[in-house]
Every structure is written in structure tokens, then in C-alpha cells.
Design a protein around this ligand. Structure first.
Ligand code: F6P
Length: 355
């Protein structure tokens, strides 16, 4: 059997660990060959591919990024060509069959898995692996990459704490996550933030200011705010950066500055903001993410060997299971207001700016 593999969407710690586990399991357990497609789906359209050997995956387990390269705008169903945006998915089918690919392993988030489903409808056999630092893909309790992002964000909260305390300032940390508040919620809780602002709970600056004033009355002259890039002020839209290319997904960002400036005005304490950005995505994965990524890679090869199709490998409790790609794509994971961590955060005095 020949397995194809690609990594799509934004990069994420643990991608190389998945690739390594796929190649090693394929070669050691089954004698399968693995072909890596470069730069996400672009490699399947433009036929950029290479056979992956044990040598290729040697030493890559702790390395961030992806040895295959990735792209978050190359969708074969809406592909940028000199003649405009076109459906070039037939080219993907041609190229996969040219390489004799029996199964395509698509390592990616919701965008990648939605494209994988489209290819499956055209007869390609696909197994998805859930990747994203945002932890927002359905069907799985956790994606790989999230644990590393939350560790980086937690360290940032810790570091902001000491400088906030020394200068009696409000420190605002803007973290990633798109429309989900998982990174902000976990890092805010782990780092002992005073205010956590997430997309799922709309906030007002006045409520956040009240929380800071309450701390001041208790003698606390500094405050830490963790805000998710997709968080919204009540009645307002998300903050976005201008993107001219229509094939690029919209880019979130800017809310951290608005929150810092607003709170400085309302409370009268000096405020600063930090945008953590791609530091959350780069670099070496945590031990948890290395293990999860390795388990996912192994499970993807096992699933292909069993002839499963249109499935996503998923973490359910402590176990790795298979769910349908459709279930994963149709049910994005969001923080619900009754989430246990939200309740715990409120109980220990963290404000979500909603009351
Ligand atoms: O989905 C992962 C993610 O890092 C989001 O948290 C963020 O909004 C987005 O990708 C940024 O992507 P890029 O800068 O690569 O366009």
C-alpha cells in the first residue's frame, strides 16, 4: 500500500511527530510506502511530492514546524490560477493516482478536513489527523499543538505578572485561538490572570474595569488580562486585520490594544499590551503533544490498513478512537458558558467581563 500525507493550514507543534509516527509505523509494521505532498494541498495540485524514508524522519520528533511545509490558502476547490479562482480538484485526483496513493492522510484543522471531505466525495480515501493550537476541531477532546500553545501562553502570563506588579500596571496579553477561547481560558487559569476575555462570552470594558477597581480596593495595584484574539465587546464585531488576498482566511487581531487603551482610560492605571502571536505556534512541542501526535500518526496508519475511510483519529477521554470527518467538521469545539473551567475561574475570582 502507498500512503500519501500532507500538512495543511497554520503550522503547529507536533506536525513532525505525526509525520515521523506515520512513516515509522507504515514501514516497520506494514512495509507500506509513504509519499509526502509539499506545502499542504498545493503539493497535490502542483504535484510536489517526495517519498519519505526512515532517514527523512530521523531526528524530527522534537522539531517545530513541518518538514513537508504547509499553506493555509491553497484549497483545490477554490484554487488561485492565472485565469482566476477555479476548482482544480480533478488535478489532485490525477496526481494521487499517478503516485499510486491508496490513502491520503490529511493532518490539519477544520479547513483541511473540510477539503479532505470534498476529496472523499470524489472517491479519494482519506484519514484525517486533528491539528491546531486553537483546539477548536470537533470530534476530538483535544488536538495536538494546543498543549504547547497553552504552555507558551502561560509562561507569558507569568512573565507579565512580575513586570505588572513592579510598575503597578494593567498588562493585557492577546493570545490566538480564532473563534474559540481555549488558549485564553487555559493560560489565564494556569497563569492566575485576573480577567479572561473570550469569544464565547461577550464583555464590556466597564465590567472589566470594575473587576480591576475591586482588586484595587483589596490593595492590588496591578492586574493581568488575557484576551483571545476573537473576543468581542458586547454589540461589536471582532477585530480584524486587513487582508487583500481573497484566498487568504480572515486574520484576527487588535483587540488587545483596544482593551488596554480602554481600561487605562476607565481605571486610570497605566496599561500595556502584548500580542503573543506566532510564538504560540513555533518551536518544540511539549511531551504531551509529542505523545498525542505519535499516537495519532500510528492510529492513522492502522485505520488505513484496516480500510477505514473518511475518518478522523480522535482523543476521547484517554483513548484514541475514530470518528467521521463530518462529525469533526460540523461540530466546532467552543467554550460553553457552563464549562467547568469557566465555573472554576469565576469561583477563584477571575472576571470574564460580562458582569
Ligand atoms: O489556527 C491557528 C492560528 O494560529 C490562529 O490561532 C490564528 O488566528 C491564525 O492561525 C493565524 O494564522 P496566520 O498568521 O498563519 O495567517
Amino acid at each position: 500500500m502507498r500512503l500519501g500525507i500532507l500538512t495543511g493550514g497554520g503550522d503547529c507543534p507536533g506536525l513532525n511527530a505525526v509525520i515521523r509516527a506515520v512513516v515509522k509505523t507504515a514501514v516497520f509494521q506494514y512495509g507500506f510506502e509513504v509519499v509526502g505532498f509539499l506545502d499542504g494541498f498545493k503539493g497535490t495540485v502542483e504535484d510536489m511530492a517526495k517519498t519519505l524514508t526512515l532517514e527523512d524522519v530521523s531526528g524530527i520528533l522534537p522539531r517545530g514546524g513541518t518538514i513537508l511545509g504547509t499553506s493555509n490558502r491553497d484549497n483545490p476547490f477554490k484554487y488561485k490560477t492565472p485565469e482566476g479562482i477555479k476548482d482544480v480538484s480533478d488535478k489532485v485526483l490525477e496526481n494521487l493516482s499517478r503516485h499510486g496513493i491508496d490513502f491520503l492522510i490529511t493532518v490539519g484543522g477544520d479547513g483541511t478536513q473540510a477539503i479532505a471531505m470534498g476529496l472523499a466525495r470524489k472517491g479519494v480515501k482519506v484519514i484525517g489527523v486533528p491539528k491546531t493550537i486553537d483546539n477548536d476541531l470537533g470530534g476530538t477532546d483535544q488536538t495536538f499543538g494546543f498543549d504547547t500553545a497553552r504552555a507558551v501562553a502561560t509562561e507569558a502570563v507569568d512573565r507579565l505578572h512580575t513586570t505588572a506588579e513592579s510598575h503597578h500596571r494593567i498588562m493585557v496579553l492577546e493570545v490566538m485561538g480564532r473563534d474559540a477561547g481555549w488558549i485564553a481560558l487555559h493560560a489565564g487559569l494556569a497563569g492566575g490572570a485576573d480577567i479572561i476575555l473570550i469569544p464565547e462570552i461577550s464583555f464590556t470594558l466597564e465590567n472589566a474595569a470594575k473587576a480591576i477597581e475591586k482588586r484595587e480596593r483589596m490593595g492590588k495595584r496591578f492586574s493581568i488580562v488575557v484576551v483571545a484574539e476573537g473576543a468581542k465587546i458586547e454589540g461589536k464585531k471582532v477585530y480584524m486585520m486587513k487582508v487583500d488576498d481573497p484566498t487568504q482566511p480572515m486574520r484576527l487581531g487588535g483587540v488587545g490594544r483596544v482593551v488596554a487603551e480602554g481600561l487605562q482610560k476607565l481605571v486610570g492605571l497605566e496599561a500595556r499590551y502584548t500580542i503573543l502571536g506566532h510564538l504560540q505556534r513555533g518551536g518544540s512541542p511539549t511531551a504531551f503533544d509529542r505523545i498525542l501526535a505519535t499516537r495519532f500518526g500510528y492510529a492513522a496508519v492502522e485505520a488505513a490498513a484496516r480500510g477505514e475511510n473518511e475518518k478522523l483519529v480522535a482523543l476521547k477521554g484517554q483513548e484514541i478512537k475514530l470518528v467521521s470527518l463530518k462529525e469533526a467538521v460540523d461540530n466546532p469545539r467552543r467554550v460553553t458558558p457552563d464549562n467547568e473551567l469557566v465555573k472554576v475561574a469565576r469561583a477563584v475570582g477571575i472576571s470574564f467581563g460580562d458582569q
